[in-house]
Design a protein around this ligand. Structure first.
Ligand code: HEC
Length: 123
């Protein structure tokens, strides 16, 4: 019985020791990516980018170029066609967007690229 107790006590101490990592607070903070794309979401990230930079020209009614970026259905059409990625990344063969303006900031681009690569979920 004492041997068994000792055995479990050893396991416990080892598990406890293994769970401890030591990192400086600054390291932990700098490890947080301010542009994390793992959890990219249409509602949280993509729709606001479109609202800020695209919907002025591409919303329902008579959207320019026949492209509607103001709702999921419209945006999924250009996401599937490849023209969303092509246009915002200023790829050759596509009209550079937003039209007449500089490229979107790199975090917005990362998020759009990640979202399309994940199959543009309506999340
Ligand atoms: C100032 C108005 C304007 C803004 C802002 C704008 N677009 Fe456009 N967009 C256009 C026009 C006009 C066309 C059609 C261009 C043509 O066919 O010559 C177009 C075409 C497109 C196309 C089709 C491109 C192709 O090569 O097939 C996509 C996709 C697109 N826009 C996405 C966007 C996105 C995403 C944004 C925001 C980042 C955006 N646009 C911002 C005016 C705009």
């Amino acid at each position: 019985m004492r041997k068994l107790t000792l055995f479990f006590a050893t396991i416990l101490i080892m598990a406890f020791a293994a769970s401890c990592t030591w990192q400086k607070e600054e390291d932990l903070v700098s490890n947080i990516d301010p542009c994390d794309t793992a959890l990219v979401s249409y509602a949280t990230h993509i729709a606001p980018i479109m609202a800020a930079s695209c919907n002025a020209c591409h919303s329902s009614g008579s959207p320019l170029g026949g492209v509607n970026t103001s709702n999921y259905t419209g945006l999924s059409v250009v996401a599937a066609a490849g023209s969303l990625i092509g246009a915002v990344n200023h790829a050759s063969g596509y009209k550079a967007m937003p039209q007449g303006q500089p490229k979107l900031d790199s975090c917005s681009l990362k998020r759009i690229n990640a979202w399309v690569n994940k199959g543009f979920p309506n999340n």
